[in-house]
Design a protein around this ligand. Structure first.
Ligand code: TMP
Length: 218
C-alpha cells in the first residue's frame, strides 16, 4: 500500500474473522480468486497456522489431551507463538514484496476468544498481539457475523464427518455467544477497519458485499 524504499507497493493485509461455521474459508478462497482475476497478486493463509511450525502449534492448541487440561494462559501463548512465526516467516515477506495476504483469523480472534470468552486481561492480550505480530495490524477486516446456533448447524455436520469436535467447537453455546459479542464490540470500536457482513445469507451474496467493500478500498 505505502511506497517502500524500493518504490514497490506493499501488499494489502486482509483478515477474516467470525464464529465457527461462518463460511470464512469459502470467502477467503473467493476473494483470492477475485484479486487474481484483477491482476493483484495475493495468497491466502490461516491462524493459528500458515507455516510448518505454526501448523504444529495449531494441532496442539486445537487438540484434546485427555489427561491434562490446557490452561487459558497456555492457550493464549500458543496462539501468540504461532502468530509470531507466521508473521515473520510468511506474512511480512509477502507484503513487503507487493503480494497481498488474505488471512483466515488474526489478532481479533485472540481478543474475542482468549479475552472475551476465556476472560483473560485485554491489555495483556493487546500487548502480546502487538509483540507477536511485530506491530502488524490488518488494513481491512471482514467480520462474518452469524449466530452460534446457525454456525453450529453448519459445523456439526463437518465435525461429525471428521469424527470429533476440536477444543473450541466443544465449548458451550454461551462461550460462542460471548465470542460473537466481543467481535461485534471490536467492530463498533473500529468501524473503518472492521466491516461487519451478515453471513447468514448465501455465499454469493456475502461475496458480493465483500467485493463492493474491496473495490472502494483498493
Ligand atoms: P478455525 O481456523 O477452524 O476457525 O479454528 C481455529 C480456532 O482457534 C477457532 O476456534 C478460534 C480459535 N482461535 C483462538 O481462540 N484464538 C486465536 O487467536 C485464533 C487465531 C484462533
Amino acid at each position: 500500500m505505502n511506497s517502500e524504499k524500493s518504490g514497490k507497493k506493499r501488499g494489502f493485509f486482509i483478515t477474516f474473522e467470525g464464529p465457527e461455521g461462518a463460511g470464512k474459508s469459502t470467502q477467503v478462497a473467493m476473494l483470492l480468486d477475485f484479486l487474481k482475476k484483477n491482476n493483484r497478486p495475493a495468497v491466502t493463509t490461516r491462524e493459528p497456522g500458515g507455516t510448518a511450525l505454526a501448523e504444529k502449534i495449531r494441532e496442539v492448541v486445537k487438540g484434546h489431551d485427555g489427561n491434562e487440561k490446557m490452561h487459558d494462559r497456555t492457550e493464549l501463548l500458543l496462539m501468540e507463538a504461532a502468530r509470531s512465526q507466521h508473521v515473520q516467516e510468511f506474512i511480512l515477506p509477502r507484503l513487503e514484496s507487493g503480494v497481498s495476504v488474505i488471512c483466515d483469523r488474526f489478532s481479533d480472534s485472540t481478543i474475542a476468544y482468549q479475552g472475551g470468552a476465556r476472560g483473560l486481561d485485554k491489555d495483556d492480550i493487546l500487548f502480546l498481539n502487538r509483540f507477536a505480530a511485530v506491530g502488524l495490524v490488518p488494513d481491512l477486516t471482514f467480520l462474518l457475523d452469524l449466530s452460534p446456533e446457525d454456525g453450529f448447524a453448519r459445523t456439526r455436520k463437518r465435525s461429525e464427518t471428521a469424527g470429533q469436535f476440536d477444543r473450541f467447537e466443544a465449548e458451550k453455546i454461551d462461550f460462542h455467544r460471548t465470542v460473537r459479542r466481543s467481535f461485534l464490540e471490536l467492530a463498533e470500536a473500529e468501524p473503518e477497519r472492521i466491516k461487519v457482513i451478515d453471513a447468514a445469507r448465501d455465499q454469493r451474496s456475502v461475496h458480493e458485499d465483500i467485493v463492493r467493500i474491496i473495490n472502494e478500498f483498493i
